[in-house]
Design a protein around this ligand. Structure first.
Ligand code: HEM
Length: 247
């Protein structure tokens, strides 16, 4: 006698073993979150700010003449010696700076895309304008990025510099600021930098939780003082060359 076989119910799918599931790393999770991207912007922004304060103070050596300024540029190449080989410190700083600029710009771009996507459709269709501070930060960032390319071609690789003598940064700076476009480009970039640092420092403090009602006023004063000092310090060099004080 043949027995009718009942179809067996399908086996329940085995839940994937913990090891099979690709878990994002802590760094990956941080980078994907909005607060993580803002933290990356704050930390890289503060690192670049530290570099700018040192760079502005170093630039002021131009007021002490070519020997002082060129000697200072030569010394930059020997930092860390004899532990570090010639220019190694400079290259480490360059790599850190490029990484900061790229991370800062990518996080800014992704945050602004996220901000746009989160808005209701009718706002997007009407192209609702971002706030004044947001627009200033975006355009300021783009101007500073373009300026950096110019600046490196002008004073590091000397590709567009009218003097272009390696090891003579004093003469190269004077030659660059002696042209109307050279001085003009620096003045526009430094003004953009002033607005960017003022608002950026304040945002970074908020992201890193350094502010509270009592500290707000002090932080605003620090942001305004820092951006004013950088603006005056950086502007003093092209203005001094354009007025003939430094030649
Ligand atoms: C008007 C003021 C400025 C002057 C006179 C000046 C001068 C110079 C000089 C001479 C160098 C070449 C250093 C060397 O190779 O020995 C340099 C490099 C550089 N500067 Fe400036 N700078 C000014 C403003 C700025 C500003 C506003 C920024 C940023 C927003 C900036 C960022 C840089 C960077 C990233 C380098 C590349 C360093 C390297 O790898 O060689 N500078 N600057």
């Amino acid at each position: 006698m043949a027995f009718a076989t009942r179809p067996r119910p399908p086996k329940p799918a085995r839940p994937p073993a913990a090891a099979d599931v690709a878990r994002p790393s802590l760094v990956g999770l941080l980078w994907r979150s909005t607060v993580g991207k803002k933290t990356v912007m704050a930390v890289t922004g503060l690192a670049m700010l530290g570099y700018l304060v040192a760079h502005m103070l170093g630039n002021l050596k131009i007021f002490f003449g070519p020997e002082d300024f060129n000697g200072y540029a030569a010394w930059l190449r020997t930092i860390g010696s004899p532990l570090l080989h010639h220019e190694w410190f400079l290259w480490i700083a360059r790599v850190a700076l490029v990484a900061s600029v790229v991370l800062h710009a990518v996080a800014a771009y992704q945050l602004s895309r996220r901000d746009l996507a989160a808005r209701p459709t009718q706002y997007r269709r009407r192209r609702q304008r971002a706030s004044y501070a947001t627009r200033t930060m975006r355009w300021g960032g783009v101007i500073l990025g373009l300026f950096l390319v110019w600046h490196i071609l002008d004073l590091t690789t000397l590709t567009v510099n009218p003097n272009a003598v390696h090891g003579r940064p004093y003469e190269n700076v004077v030659a660059s600021f002696s042209t109307w476009y050279g001085g003009g480009i620096y003045i526009v970039a430094v003004l953009a930098l002033c607005l960017h640092v003022r608002h950026g420092f304040w945002s970074a403090a908020q992201t890193l939780g350094a502010n509270n009602a009592r500290r707000d006023k002090a932080l605003k004063t620090v942001a305004a003082t820092l951006s004013a000092a950088l603006t005056i310090g950086f502007l003093s060099v092209p203005v001094a060359v354009m007025t003939g004080w430094v030649s």
